[in-house]
Design a binder for this molecule. Structure first.
Ligand code: GUN
Length: 288
């Protein structure tokens, strides 16, 4: 049986360190660090995320500014809110919750955020900084995955890593981070030929495809470290109930892997903890 990587405990530790840094920032600057979150519309999952972000921001000793806009807000009005946050000295980090309603251009909205307040790391300037090794902001979920990997493995140098999924939010930045850690990186996706064979080469597997329990234990190299980014809601054992599963078939994978993140309690709790970490980093950088 493999070791189960406790992302919840790691995230708690990270949030505590952020709390200490937030106290230091307040002592230095005379104000609290601040994170602004913008939510457009009433997507239930997004509302839950935004509520949790707000709670955890306050618990870490930072200010939380929430801007909730109706689903029919015009793109111009949203851009005006982002500009106002760019110019607000009390706001160190800005996050616009995705997905946005269909009538908005997500890339245009993200491009309006000041890159030095872009704690999501989605602005093209931060994407470019990551790709070229310049300091910037890195998307929270992949950065959290690398923290868990380094905590488990120490140096990742020379390891074979397979990232399944090529999204801008997880797959692509994950690949960049692993390259920066001197892994040999393969990015697999829905068109990859013989995915099990590709995954079998990997010392590190990061699954971020959004397909429930797709990666099976017999795809894995024995001892591999498996990071499951998937959060999929599927019908549960009881009639009418649902349960959360990852992109990895945990039961079979845990028989073969050296270590594996569970769902829930693995990567999930890391995302907000890293967001808070990025916010305190932004506060320190921007305050000089
Ligand atoms: N929606 C789902 N994940 C994320 C995230 O990490 N950041 C933002 N802004 N929206 C999301």
């Amino acid at each position: 049986m493999s070791q189960v990587i406790d992302g919840k405990a790691f995230a708690e530790g990270l949030r505590a360190r952020v709390g200490t840094a937030a106290v230091g920032f307040e002592a230095k600057s005379g104000r609290k660090a601040g994170l602004a979150v913008v939510l457009v519309g009433e997507d239930p999952a997004s509302q839950v995320y935004v509520r949790n972000k707000g709670k955890q921001t306050l618990a870490a000793g930072m200010n939380s500014f929430e801007h909730k806009l109706p689903a029919d807000t015009s793109e111009a009005d949203l851009l005006a809110v982002v500009e106002q946050l760019n110019n607000d000295p009390a706001v160190d980090g800005i996050l616009v919750q995705l997905p946005l309603p269909a009538h908005m251009n997500e890339q245009k909205v993200i491009a309006t955020i000041n890159p030095d307040k872009d704690v999501d790391g989605f602005h093209v300037v931060n994407v470019g900084r990551l790709a070229t090794g310049l300091p910037g902001f890195v998307p929270c979920t992949p950065l959290g995955c690398v923290m868990l990997l380094k905590d488990r493995l120490g140096s990742l140098s020379g390891l074979d890593a397979v990232v399944i999924g090529r999204s801008n939010i997880v797959g692509k930045p994950m690949a960049q981070l692993l390259i920066a850690e001197s892994c040999t990186v393969t990015v697999a996706h829905s068109r990859t030929k013989d995915l099990p064979e590709v995954v079998r080469r990997a010392d590190i597997v990061v699954a971020a495809v959004g397909r429930p329990e797709m990666v099976k234990g017999d795809w894995l190299k024995p001892g591999a470290t498996v990071i499951d980014v998937g959060i999929n809601r599927v019908p549960g054992a009881e009639e009418g109930k649902t349960k959360l599963v990852g992109d990895v078939d945990f039961a079979s994978a845990a028989e073969v892997a050296g270590a594996i993140t569970p769902v829930p309690g693995g990567v999930g709790p890391m995302t907000i903890a890293v967001l808070l970490r990025n916010t305190i980093v932004a506060a320190h950088r921007n305050a000089g």
